[in-house]
Design a protein around this ligand. Structure first.
Ligand SMILES: [Zn+2]
Length: 149
């Protein structure tokens, strides 16, 4: 199977989140067959739910579609480095490959902060590919936070 990046779809979700007044982060879950099974953007404000990050919402929807609490062989694309909560969910869902865009020095939990996947308590570690379309993801975040200042 040839590799196809789904980051463009994740960026579209991030843009839609910004339009809703949410922090522009988008995520997509792709099945082992290469199909997009879930896509989501942040909805923490809309749902009054601090756990409603794009990754969590996309993983929830994908699990429901799969009828399973685990997403073995699935890939996750997210525009921003996952926070520690999302990194833990990614591990618990057994996501096979994680593709992310911009690094998040402030709240990231993969390459910085608690480095969840490097922790001995991490039961499952996905393959990780970072910096995918990072410039575009970063520009969205900068524009969003710039406008709110
Ligand atoms: Zn998160």
């Amino acid at each position: 199977m040839t590799f196809k990046s789904h980051m463009a779809r994740a960026l579209a979700e991030a843009r839609a989140a910004a339009d809703r007044g949410e922090v522009p982060v988008g995520a997509v879950v792709v099945s082992p067959a290469g199909e997009v099974v879930a896509a989501a953007g942040n909805r923490t404000r809309e749902l009054n739910d601090p756990t409603a990050h794009a990754e969590v919402l996309a993983i929830r929807a994908a699990c429901e579609a799969a009828g399973s609490e685990r997403l073995v062989g699935h890939d996750l694309y997210v525009t921003l480095e996952p926070c520690p909560m999302c990194a833990s969910v990614i591990s618990q869902a057994r996501i096979a490959r994680l593709y992310y865009g911009a690094a998040d020095p402030k709240s990231g939990g993969v390459a910085q902060g608690p480095r969840v996947f490097s922790h001995p308590q991490s039961h499952h570690v996905p393959e990780i590919y970072d910096g995918i379309a990072a410039d575009e993801a970063e520009a969205l975040l900068k524009a969003f936070f710039g406008e709110r200042r």
